[in-house]
Design a binder for this molecule. Structure first.
Ligand code: FES
Ligand code: FES
Length: 161
């Protein structure tokens, strides 16, 4: 077992873990943060997307020991301090950017990383950035619309699905 200390959504976490524990299993089973979803076993779907030291990471590709000392953010830490939806979450709701919701936590985390890098992305930039996040329901149009709206851009010209 390996002793680790990390910060998850602003809280210090100290644990002893097996060296081969995946971050997805650690978050979901040890910390019970089940908003980080597991949608594949090939690192392709992006449902497990989190932030590690501010960078977008697929949690299923990371051993938790690799994040020793890191700041980790998951979907559970994304709401505003008063519990209301943040601007990205609200835009997904307003523009119907989800159906079953399975991909949504990963989409929200990817969007937050995109808008930090590129505050006003074009539609093409949004679609390119989301290539690592698969949605099986929506056809992506409303997700793209939600992300453009979350960046404060006019979405009236974006085709709705
Ligand atoms: S569960 Fe991580 S990419 Fe699919
Ligand atoms: S809303 Fe169902 S997978 Fe995206």
């Amino acid at each position: 077992m390996v002793d680790i200390t990390l910060t998850v959504n602003g809280q210090t976490v100290i644990r002893s873990v097996k060296p081969n524990t995946l971050m997805t299993d650690f978050l979901r089973e040890d910390l019970r943060l089940t908003g980080t979803h597991v949608g594949c076993d090939t690192s392709q779907c992006g449902a497990c997307s989190i932030h590690v030291n501010g960078a977008l990471v697929k949690a299923c590709t990371l051993f938790v020991v690799e994040a020793d000392g890191a700041e980790v953010a998951t979907i559970e830490g994304q709401a505003n301090a008063d519990g209301s939806l943040n601007a990205i979450q609200q835009a997904f709701q307003d523009h119907h950017g989800l159906q079953c919701g399975f991909c949504t936590p990963g989409m929200i985390m990817a969007t937050a990383a995109l808008l930090k890098e590129t505050p006003k992305p074009t539609e093409a930039e949004v679609r390119h950035y989301l290539e690592g996040n698969i949605c099986r329901c929506t056809g992506y149009h409303n997700i793209v619309k939600a992300i453009l709206a979350a960046s404060g851009q006019d979405v009236s010209a974006v085709a709705a699905e």
